[in-house]
Design a protein around this ligand. Structure first.
Ligand code: CO
Length: 134
């Protein structure tokens, strides 16, 4: 059911430092920071030939990733995002298999302007999984 790995997301304590590290030390193509107030994050995309890395930093004072940073002061891997063809079909199949969909279970528009859902990390090897309709 899942298709391509769309991105891996890493929460970072210093977005500029992280973006510079990917740009200069690792030699990657890195976008300018973008604030996403509805998601409570500022995001930078590292564009790799086969996928992307999202560098995430809290935006505003009710960011959903603030607690993650409190628990992981130097940052850390936050989620993986897999593409699906139809997010509603994927959601209903996963729910029928016992997987827990976070929030109200309805897709939201994600960082790339496409519908996304998140699946409970306890159901997927301790890893938060994002599904994005490709
Ligand atoms: Co993501």
């Amino acid at each position: 059911m899942i298709g391509r790995l769309n991105h891996i997301a890493i929460v970072v304590p210093d977005l500029e430092a992280a973006a510079n590290q990917y740009r200069t030390v690792l030699g990657a193509s890195v976008t300018e920071p973008e604030n996403l107030p509805e998601h409570g994050v500022t995001v930078v995309f590292v564009e790799l030939p086969n996928t992307k890395v999202e560098l995430l930093h809290p935006f505003g004072d009710r960011s959903p990733i603030e607690a993650f940073l409190d628990n992981n002061a130097s940052g850390g891997m936050h989620h993986v995002c897999y593409e699906v063809d139809d997010i509603i079909v994927a959601r209903d199949k996963l729910k029928s298999e016992g997987a827990r969909v976070l929030g109200d279970g309805e897709p939201k528009i994600g960082a790339h302007g496409k519908p996304v859902l998140f699946l409970h990390p306890k159901d997927f090897c301790g890893t938060l999984v994002e599904l994005e309709q490709a």
